[in-house]
Design a protein around this ligand. Structure first.
Ligand code: AMP
Length: 271
């Protein structure tokens, strides 16, 4: 059945969301040209079927045409990887980096504490991100369980090719790394965001990052103990100038395409 009769220069948002045992299992999305809709949908479906936490029991796929004039284009931040010996050292270094980015010590300590104990009200990971005042440390997201979900972002094919080659040279070319980098690029382009902190909810993945316009995207190899299922994201905002509704609308709906890449530096010890 032919569903779309697209024009070749148009972009489509292809999004997948899968569930297992009544809970969210995984989600992923791409922005692609018309001729890549089918193969992209197949790749996203496959991802839900071979997920490390089990095969999806249900999934939803959405395809929407994007108005090319509405797309915001941007650049990926430079990638640095700092090899730390344990998660306490990683968290202390994350707090130092956040201070350099303009986040108060109280806000950084509070955010790290929230992610460590599970930032949702039930002590589990949130589906989306916390919004935290960079000075006051106050939580500002309207829903503390769901958080704010960043969607509708991707890399242009040229930027993806370049990024993959640069990441591969450092042994880092994995979908999770590419996707987190694109998400961080969109977050740093959002109005009123000062910095971001993230570590994964995947129990086997202990690496996380701090990102800001000046620092770029700084990966820290240990930000949580192996086996811990709690993770999350915190977007620190400048309370004096942020318009929360506009920020959330940008993060959740604005289509963002990274069409330029930053440098990727080989992993090193912190100085
Ligand atoms: P992940 O890096 O996919 O393991 O995600 C780590 C945490 O980041 C999750 O537990 C969520 O709290 C948050 N998160 C994941 N995806 C998004 C997203 N698209 N927007 C905002 N926060 C997210």
């Amino acid at each position: 059945m032919l569903i779309f009769q697209p024009m070749s220069d148009e972009l489509y948002s292809v999004r997948m969301h899968a569930e297992r045992a009544g809970a969210h299992l995984c989600g992923a999305e791409r922005l692609v040209s018309a001729d890549r809709i089918e193969e992209t949908a197949a790749v996203l479906v496959r991802r839900a079927l071979v997920h490390p936490r089990g095969c999806a029991e249900g999934l939803r796929l959405a395809v929407d045409r994007v108005d090319p004039a509405s797309v915001v284009r941007g650049r990926l931040p430079a990638v640095t990887t700092l090899q730390v010996s344990d998660f306490s050292t990683g968290r202390a270094l994350a707090a130092e980096l956040l201070a350099k980015a303009g986040v108060s010590s109280a806000a950084a300590v509070f955010a790290i504490h929230c992610l460590a104990r599970g930032a949702a009200p039930d002590g589990r990971s949130m589906r989306g991100a916390m919004l935290v005042g960079a000075t006051s440390g106050r939580r500002l997201e309207p829903d503390a369980a769901r958080g704010v979900r960043v969607t509708r972002m991707d890399l242009s094919p040229q930027a993806e090719e370049r990024l993959r080659a640069d990441l591969a040279a450092c042994g880092l070319d994995r979908p999770q790394v590419r996707e987190a980098l694109v998400l961080a690029a969109k977050v740093l382009a959002a109005p009123g965001v000062v910095a971001e902190l993230c570590w994964s909810d995947d129990p086997d993945y202990t690496t996380g990052y701090v990102a800001s316009a000046d620092l770029g995207y700084v990966r820290l190899t240990e930000l949580k103990p192996a086996g811990d299922e709690r993770g999350g994201r915190v977007f620190f905002v400048d309370e004096a100038r942020v318009d929360l509704a506009a920020l959330i609308a940008f993060l959740e709906h604005q289509v963002f395409l990274a069409d330029a890449v930053g440098a990727v530096y080989p992993p090193r010890e912190p100085r």
